[in-house]
Ligand binder design. Structure first.
Ligand code: URA
Length: 485
């Protein structure tokens, strides 16, 4: 029996080096055991590292899978990944696309569990502000299900680049000083701050966005599993709010509509908060409804100043598909909903013909404010520039992180730029499935406005048919979005 010890158990380069040696020595999966330094196995010998390793390549999908699965806590993950690699190299190069294969299926389930944990960490981690001799610092305690600290670092650095923060977990700590990331040892929970002023703000905010008429305890527990509750300030409110929901719903139904009350406690807290100079990055929304409220007072770029309102995305919280357009137009700006003007009508028609139920999908835009140039009484659409797309990307990223769609349909080049950060020509990308970071899969297609602008009727009809074909392919891929017959 051979033995391999992983020193950094989530490291893909280290895993790759080990398996290269194993493959080079033609050591079958059944003849090797993997362990970590903590569980180091004393039995078995190290594989012979002096063999010439034959050059071999592995599919990108395997590398992506391995990267995520290495963060799973199951000690069997190394052996399972090695077995898959062995079979890919010796039995079937196409194995990565055989989803019914039990081994691949198991690894995909593990991958999903890690991704879900990462999503929960970005949604449920709460920073508390502390002051020390060097100034302000934000500290959070989180208990991840898997070994995701390193994998989550990039998200928090990007999101809170200008704050000094630490994330403490039972597996180790991350420390960001606005410049450099440091890893530290695990610390006991007692070292995390337990209370602060932001906690009260967060509780008021949560209570103010809670709608008793929509409460579904089962779904709430599914979305925010109980294991996360103990570290969430707002969780202490949940049992009471659920208990009160029935009474409040009854009262809501019995009460005739009135003008909105101005001075609800939650409103005051929120208005004060938004009126302050606090950077938007300090806001942490755990639901789409909360994110929509935050986006309502977005000041990330100057576009808010001339638009009527933020036009946020619309659709189910767990939509399997997200459609991303460019930016709201004149009618969307006035109506506050995406794709309700002429381009929206064309979009609706094409969805209908493709058999897609719009109510089953989430529709949003790369940029959430209408950009225009006033000309007489008209407001002429202007394309958002790179900086506006970049600033607004923050919202799109949060929407996608919360929804976790199976597919994102990019309607036009601006949507693609927002999603992949690059200028592309849709005509060259169309028809391809692109997998980007976090396993997000994108389908590029044209924007409905492009079809509206085509002057030639025959070209317009042909392009429209092609657009419907693209949407039909999406519906075929995801039958759950199909319109009921
Ligand atoms: N065009 C878009 O990209 N989005 C809308 O919401 C409307 C028109």
């Amino acid at each position: 029996m051979y033995r391999v010890t992983m020193r950094n158990e989530t490291s893909l380069p280290e895993f790759r080096d080990h398996v290269r040696v194993l493959i080079g020595a033609r050591i079958k999966p059944a003849a090797v055991t993997f362990s970590t330094t903590e569980s180091a196995d004393l039995f078995g010998e190290a594989p012979p590292a002096d063999r010439k390793v034959p050059a071999f390549t592995v599919p990108g999908a395997y590398v992506e899978l391995a990267q995520t699965v290495l963060c799973h806590r199951d000690p069997a993950r190394f052996a399972l990944l090695y077995e898959l690699l062995w079979r890919l190299l010796h039995d079937d190069r196409k194995l990565m696309s055989i989803h019914s294969d039990p081994l691949l299926h198991k690894l995909r389930q593990m991958e999903k569990s890690v991704r879900r944990d990462l999503h929960k960490m970005t949604a449920f981690l709460r920073f508390r502000k502390v002051e020390d001799e060097t100034g302000e610092r934000y500290i959070a305690w989180f208990e991840p299900q898997h070994l995701i600290l390193g994998a989550a670092a990039a998200f928090f650095i990007k999101r809170f680049a200008n704050m000094r923060w630490s994330i403490l977990t039972p597996d180790g700590t991350l420390n960001w000083d606005t410049n450099e990331l440091g890893y530290g040892p695990a610390v006991p929970k007692a070292q995390a701050p337990q209370d602060d002023a932001m906690e009260d703000w967060w509780k008021s905010y949560y209570a103010s966005t809670f709608n008793p008429a929509r409460v579904n305890p089962e779904m709430m527990r599914g979305e925010m599993p109980k294991r996360y509750w103990k570290n969430l300030p707002e969780a202490s409110l949940i049992p009471g709010m659920i208990a009160a929901a029935r009474t409040r719903t009854g009262a809501m139904l019995d009460t005739a509509p009135t003008a909105p009350r101005q001075n609800k406690a939650g409103d005051i807290v929120m208005r004060e908060f938004f009126a302050s100079d606090a950077p938007q990055e300090n806001l942490v929304a755990g639901t789409l409804a909360a994110l929509r409220v935050e986006a309502g007072s977005c000041r990330r770029c100057p576009l808010y100043s001339q638009a009527t309102q933020t036009v946020f995305g619309e659709g189910p919280e767990r939509a399997p598909v997200v459609f991303v357009g460019e930016q709201p137009g004149d009618q969307e700006d006035l109506g506050g909903k995406p794709f309700i003007g002429p381009a929206g009508q064309m979009f609706d028609r094409a969805l209908e013909e493709a058999g897609v139920d719009r109510a089953m999908v989430y529709v949003t835009n790369a940029v959430k404010h209408f950009k225009f140039e006033p000309r007489g009484k008209r407001r002429i659409h202007q394309k958002p520039n790179a900086s506006e797309v970049e600033h607004c990307h923050w919202w799109l990223e949060r929407e996608l992180a919360l929804i976790q769609p199976k597919l994102v349909v990019a309607l036009g080049a601006t949507a693609m730029k927002a999603l992949i950060g690059k200028d592309v020509r849709i005509t060259e990308m169309r028809g391809r499935l692109l997998t980007i970071r976090d396993g997000l899969t994108i389908v590029p297609t044209v924007h409905p406005s492009y079809l509206l602008r085509l002057p030639d009727a025959a070209a317009k009809a042909a392009e429209y048919a092609h657009f419907v074909e693209d949407l039909t392919a999406v519906a075929r891929y995801l039958p759950e979005i199909a319109k009921a017959a």
